[in-house]
Design a protein around this ligand. Structure first.
Ligand code: MV4
Length: 449
């Protein structure tokens, strides 16, 4: 097992990793930027190193400084958390060359899954259902373009191969706008990712976003967990996740099998996620694979009773999984609300600043993962996530009531948050009925389109 882990991240996930390490008897090194000296992850770690100024490029993305911090402190592994360097192939490679274990899958897996069209090809070959569309990238001057599009059938979605966060994506309803959509998607992808390759897919209308947590060990064993429904999103930012989703047991079995096939196809080691789109008929399709621990991992921890951070670290150190997917139970119904420092009553504009007073909810069936405290100043430089509020109860209905109770206890002054949005959503009839698709916020909260 590792002796000392450096956490190349900040905020609640850095705190989460440190807590897992402490319980495992592993020493921890926090790294922080200039403005993060007073952060909880710095206070909770055994040691800390300042790695640069506030701008992420100069601190949390500064590979040379992070590697130096690991070498100076004698860390034998680096946990990248999510965001920042967590899916950076070059960083994983540098760690390896420096004899520091990168806690995640191999750099080849990160690279392969980072290319969306490549990932899709790999999954299709492995027998995982994929969305009908072009096998290879396509350009607007392709002489067979209209024929290819017609065969897929409109509506069509143009997607960037290197895409993410909805960038380089265009929906096309007829031939008239296809070429233009390809050209603008290419330009947007080129500007955002330095790679303008795009491909076409059948556009799935009003899908659910359902994802499966998976774990894999170095001997090739994998497990899948009960799924998370992450359909409540705004501009590709998830706001609410829950587990299990409202799919049938039969579909859960089929999708879980596909998720394990997907993980095995890339010899996946440590913790990852297979994302699917599910249409109204119950057809499901591979969308993407995330090669990191995700923000919403506690939803699965709570529903299964398994500590995913400890599992991830253990597996990265070469230990065996030791159990199978059919031994993992669904212990109740879990809902997570992401509390962001954003004014949800004013177009979700960022609301950084000093937290004057803070009362966190608690009691039976409640978990709060957070790095904030009264007197802490939320900087404007980083992600706006300040807390994850989770509840579990025996049924979805009871979980919603428990979430409403927990939200009503949550008091925070000095900054605006997404708590008002969550209160409205928990009381929304469509949400309560589970009629939630990826356009839920737009359609059912803001009554658009
Ligand atoms: C889609 C889709 C419908 N059909 N692909 C959004 C982000 C990127 N990872 C893929 N995305 C989508 N791909 C096809 N063929 C709809 C989306 C989509 C979406 C997916 C999951 C959650 C929220 C979403 C919001 C808008 C669009």
């Amino acid at each position: 097992m590792f002796n000392k882990i450096l956490i190349a991240n900040r905020g609640e996930i850095a705190v989460r990793v440190i807590r897992a390490c402490r319980e495992m008897g592993i020493r921890t090194v926090a790294v922080h930027s200039d403005v993060d000296r007073e952060c909880l992850h710095v206070k909770l770690a055994d040691e800390s190193v300042c790695i640069g100024p506030a701008q992420p490029q100069e601190s949390y993305l500064n590979i040379a400084n992070i590697i130096s911090a690991a070498e100076i402190t004698g860390a034998d592994a680096i946990h990248p958390g999510y965001g920042f360097l967590s899916e950076n192939t070059y960083f994983a490679d540098v760690c390896e060359s420096c004899n520091i274990k990168f806690i995640g899958p191999s750099k080849i897996t990160i690279q392969m899954m980072g290319d969306k069209s490549e990932a899709k090809k790999t999954m299709k070959k492995a027998g995982v259902p994929t969305i009908p569309g072009t096998e290879e990238c396509i350009t607007a001057d392709n002489p067979k373009l209209f024929k290819i599009a017609k065969d897929i059938g409109y509506p069509i979605i143009v997607k960037a191969s290197s895409g993410g966060g909805g960038k380089g994506m265009r929906i096309v309803t007829s031939e008239d706008s296809l070429k233009n959509a390809i050209l603008t998607a290419e330009a947007e992808a080129k500007a955002a990712f330095g790679n303008g390759d795009v491909y076409l897919e059948k556009y799935i209308e009003e899908p659910k976003h359902i994802e499966f947590q998976i774990l894999g060990d170095m001997k090739g064993d994998v497990v899948s967990f009960p799924e998370r429904d992450c359909s409540v999103q705004r501009r590709h930012q998830k706001l609410i996740e829950e587990s299990p989703s409202l799919i049938s047991d039969k579909l859960r079995k089929k999708m879980g099998h596909a998720a394990r096939l997907a993980a095995k196809a890339v010899k996946y080691v440590t913790a990852g996620t297979i994302e699917f789109l599910v249409d109204k008929k119950g057809n499901f399709y591979f969308m993407e694979m995330n090669t990191r621990i995700q923000v919403e991992h506690p939803v699965t921890e709570m529903v299964s009773g398994i500590d995913l951070l400890k599992e991830q670290i253990r597996l990265a150190a070469g230990e065996r999984l030791g159990y199978t997917y059919d031994e993992i139970e669904i212990k109740g119904h879990v809902i997570e609300c992401r509390i962001n420092a954003e004014d949800s009553e004013n177009n979700f504009i960022p609301s950084p600043g000093k937290i004057d007073t803070l009362i966190l909810p608690g009691g039976i069936g409640v978990r709060v993962d957070t790095h904030i405290y009264a007197g802490y100043t939320v900087p404007s430089t980083y992600d706006s996530l300040i807390a994850k509020l989770l509840v579990m109860d025996s049924t979805r209905e009871k979980a919603i009531a428990r979430m409403q109770r927990a939200l009503s206890e949550f008091e925070i002054s000095g900054i605006k948050t997404t708590i008002p949005f969550h209160k409205v959503t928990m009381a929304n009839d469509f949400y309560k009925k589970g009629e939630v698709y990826t356009n839920f916020i737009q359609k059912r909260i803001f009554n658009e389109k």
